[in-house]
Design a protein around this ligand. Structure first.
Ligand SMILES: Cc1cc2nc3c(=O)[nH]c(=O)nc-3n(C[C@H](O)[C@H](O)[C@H](O)COP(=O)(O)O)c2cc1C
Length: 338
């Protein structure tokens, strides 16, 4: 029930107070996610170790969405400062809790002027309280309803709900975005950013219908013009089909969704990490597809070309609103069948 008290008008009558949605839209921020992130467009460039670097994040933030810097590598941590030379817009940071549990990372974030942190891969109780004490907003990445409830109990401000079709480390027991997102949205009232399988307006609109107020894109962003990846890997993503990834789950490696390269086939056949992540920088920056495993989402099958980040963001946001309006107009016709 609305708790709006209404505004007294000059005639003494009471006009309805604009609700939170109208107020956010008037401020150029369409919803709770945009407001929490401090951006106009509720799209987030996904955290990706070694890839979520200053140039990529700045391009996303300069386009009106939120770029993210990873803090798992020394290069990423150095970019928390370097990105300030590239944009005045808000930029977020990722803390992968399995890798950086040490609270000293919070000082780095505060010194760099970061206001929003995306925690992932670990227990949200570890740092949420301290991040809040330092004045930061916390979104936590979850891959199940149980994890979502735990994050709510830990006091996070919002959730990134990620389905198993997404690229990167996963739980082998996770569910697809189409199942997980509406499930979490029906049980949790926190603002939700959807991740896993999103690359354009159509998929963003679907996420909004399923309960999200924003989306996070990983695979689409790693294949963008401003991504630091070698062209060999960008071209492999563009050339991929929807069947070209595999959820790799072998002892000695985190479960992860990767491109079905020759290296991935070798690991699958051996059932053990005959190729691991040690050579990942040779893969990412030298373009040697045999050097490591290429974390990539199923959505690679929908990415047709390498484009500029600003074009990706603006086409996705405009496309999302057009598709929602068109779907709503189509559904209006269905009432005639009642
Ligand atoms: C190459 C790669 C590296 C990633 N590294 C991280 C990471 O360091 N931290 C993290 O929270 N998520 C990481 N992820 C997951 C992404 O943040 C994101 O949630 C996922 O890519 C979304 O699915 P999509 O690929 O379908 O867009 C990674 C994903 C990819 C593809």
């Amino acid at each position: 029930m609305s708790t709006d008290v209404g505004l007294a008008t000059a005639t003494g009558q009471t006009a309805p107070t604009p609700g939170p949605a109208a107020t956010e839209a008037a401020a150029g921020q369409p919803n709770r996610v945009a407001r929490l992130l401090g951006v106009r467009i509720p799209i987030v460039q996904a955290p990706m170790t070694y890839i979520a670097r200053a140039e990529l994040a700045a391009a996303v933030s300069n386009a009106g969405a939120l770029g993210i810097i990873e803090t798992s590598s020394p290069q990423g941590r150095a970019d928390l400062r370097r990105v300030r030379d590239l944009t005045d817009a808000p930029v977020g940071a990722n803390v992968a809790l399995a890798i950086r549990r040490d609270p000293s990372v919070i000082d780095l974030l505060v010194e760099a002027g970061i206001r929003t942190v995306f925690t992932s891969a670990g227990d949200p109780n570890l740092l949420t309280g301290r991040l809040h004490d330092a004045g930061l907003t916390v979104f936590h990445v979850v891959g199940s309803l149980r994890a979502a409830r735990k994050a709510v109990d830990a006091g996070v401000d919002g959730l990134v709900v990620e389905g198993i079709e997404g690229g990167g480390f996963k739980s082998a027991k996770s569910a697809s975005t189409l199942v997980l997102l509406p499930l979490v949205a029906s049980q949790v009232s926190l603002p939700i950013i959807a991740a896993g399988g999103i690359c354009d307006g159509r998929s963003m609109a679907a996420a909004v219908v399923l309960g999200a107020e924003g989306v996070q894109m990983g695979t689409r962003m790693l294949a963008s013009r401003e991504s630091p990846l070698h062209d060999n890997l960008k071209n492999a993503v563009v050339g991929a089909q929807e069947t070209s990834t595999v959820l790799l789950s072998v002892p000695g490696l985190p479960t992860m969704r990767v491109l079905r390269t020759e290296a991935a086939e070798r690991v699958l056949a051996a059932g053990q990490p005959v190729v691991g992540l040690d050579g990942v920088q040779r893969l990412y920056f030298g373009g040697d597809l045999t050097a490591s495993l290429a974390n990539t989402g199923q959505v690679a099958g929908r990415i047709e070309r390498v484009e500029r980040v600003a074009d990706i963001i603006h086409q996705t946001w405009a496309g999302c609103r057009e598709i929602l309006a068109a779907a709503s107009a189509r559904a209006a016709g269905w009432h005639a069948t009642d």
